[in-house]
Design a protein around this ligand. Structure first.
Ligand SMILES: [Ca+2]
Length: 435
């Protein structure tokens, strides 16, 4: 334990300060992709020559390369999007409200009616409900209305030449060339996003090669033009990602007053606390509508996406399969919620802490710096609130007499500032030497 942390405890500042802060709540600083901007010493033409040689060595034919790169040049719009860094991460309730609005729910219900037979056929073999397939379709391209506006060969060439994750883009570009060479789609037909995600449900090229399905039997895996192929490919993706037929995706729960916040998680993208439903039931958790949890062996995690002041959910294997599709809690929760709405569920019952301001990237850096100087070991000071920072926040919350949910808020940052000022003023120590 650090000197500062010990002083903090001895001074009893935690209980004194806990009462004078605002309500705890939301505001995450989301993970940002790492990457180095390429120095740009090569021209695109020189880069393309080297890339062609690499592609030829993997079995792509010269003819395919000529066709694929006939009209390709770096696209500045792709680079601009690749380098854009949001200063303020959108709170999860704002993301959810935008993702699952009444219009998208209504359009999704029409899609369920119109394509019910194909959806049922597609989902049956994989145990994936039609509502989940339609929800992913709605989230990814608003039911096929917008694939992203880019040619994927051009977008990935740009990113492989000068993007922040050039190696990733290069392997995806090789996969895109393989798709063209296989004849699944004509050159120029790889319509997708600036990042290379393709078709109705936005498969990356490597994902396409591994998981796309020809469900209508025409010999081509067509995720741009064949809805049976789109639905089966999406269901197959989830099945490969561990989907369990018959299990719920997200269940809203009510926590007992004496709930141990250390058993809940803000983010389950890393290995996390899982218990059997029978254990959660014994701890006093019920469904949000008051119903009892079943006393089963199914395993689930208590997820608090906005900390202890927001709704609580039980999530398990199927939520993880959605995270595999797109690794953001806000995305997985939106898909699950949209699917629930399509199946006739209402909105979530608990309120989100909508008045809680979001932490900025700079706030995240200050949070980590203060935690570090107080001896709470938050990991690298990079503004990214990951698992180490959250564990550090929990430690501080525990010492400070706040619910230790690991969810940093502006109120928590204020308390850290006051604590740091008080401890610095009284102690005069300048380091975090262990005792
Ligand atoms: Ca087909």
């Amino acid at each position: 334990m650090s000197l500062f942390r010990l002083m903090f405890l001895l001074m009893g500042l935690g209980s004194a300060l806990a009462g004078c802060s605002g309500a705890p709540g939301a505001g995450t600083v989301a993970d940002r992709p790492d990457g180095v901007v390429k120095a740009g010493t090569l021209t695109f033409e020189v880069w393309l020559e080297a890339f062609r040689a690499e592609a030829l060595a993997t079995g792509i034919l010269p003819y395919s390369l000529d066709l694929a790169f006939a009209d390709v040049a770096p696209n500045p719009d792709v680079l601009e999007r690749d380098r854009r860094q949001p200063e303020l991460t959108r709170p999860i309730w704002s993301y959810l409200a935008g993702a699952v609005d009444e219009g998208r729910v209504a359009r999704g219900r029409r899609m369920l009616e119109r394509h019910g037979a194909a959806l049922a056929v597609a989902g049956r073999g994989y145990g994936v409900p039609p509502e989940i397939i339609v929800a992913i379709w709605g989230m990814e391209t608003d039911y096929g209305t917008f694939f992203g506006g880019f040619d994927v060969v051009e977008a990935l060439s740009t990113l492989a030449y000068d993007g922040r994750r050039a190696d990733f883009a290069r392997s995806e570009l090789l996969a895109a060339l393989r798709i063209l060479q296989n004849g699944d789609v004509a050159a120029g037909g790889l319509a997708g996003s600036w990042a290379g995600a393709m078709g109705h449900t936005q498969f990356m090229p490597t994902t396409y090669l591994n998981r796309a399905i020809d469900a209508d039997g025409d010999g081509r895996r067509d995720i741009w033009g064949s809805l049976p192929d789109v639905f089966a490919s999406t269901a197959n993706y989830l099945a490969e990602a561990g989907w369990r037929g018959g299990e719920p995706t997200v269940e809203e729960i009510a926590l007992p007053a004496d709930f141990d916040w250390e058993l809940a998680e803000v983010d389950i993208r890393v290995p996390t606390i899982e218990r059997r439903l029978v254990e959660w039931r014994t701890l006093g958790i019920r469904y949000a509508d008051g119903g009892a949890l079943p006393a089963t062996e199914r395993r689930a995690t208590v997820l608090l996406p906005a900390g202890n002041a927001g709704p609580a959910f039980l999530v398990g294997a199927n939520f993880r399969a959605l995270l595999d599709y797109n690794n953001a809690t806000s995305y997985a929760l939106s898909v699950a919620h949209l699917a629930g709405r399509l199946a006739g569920d209402g909105p979530f019952l608990a309120a989100w802490p909508v008045d809680e301001p979001s932490l900025t990237h700079d706030d995240g850096i200050e949070l980590q710096r203060l935690l570090d100087e107080l001896g709470y070991a938050p990991g690298p000071i990079d503004g990214i609130v990951g698992p180490m920072t959250r564990a550090s926040v929990r430690l501080f919350q525990r010492d400070a007499g706040r619910p230790p949910d690991g969810f940093p808020t502006v109120a928590l940052l204020d308390q850290l500032r006051r604590t740091h000022a008080l401890v610095s003023g009284q102690g005069g120590a300048s380091g975090t030497e262990p005792l």
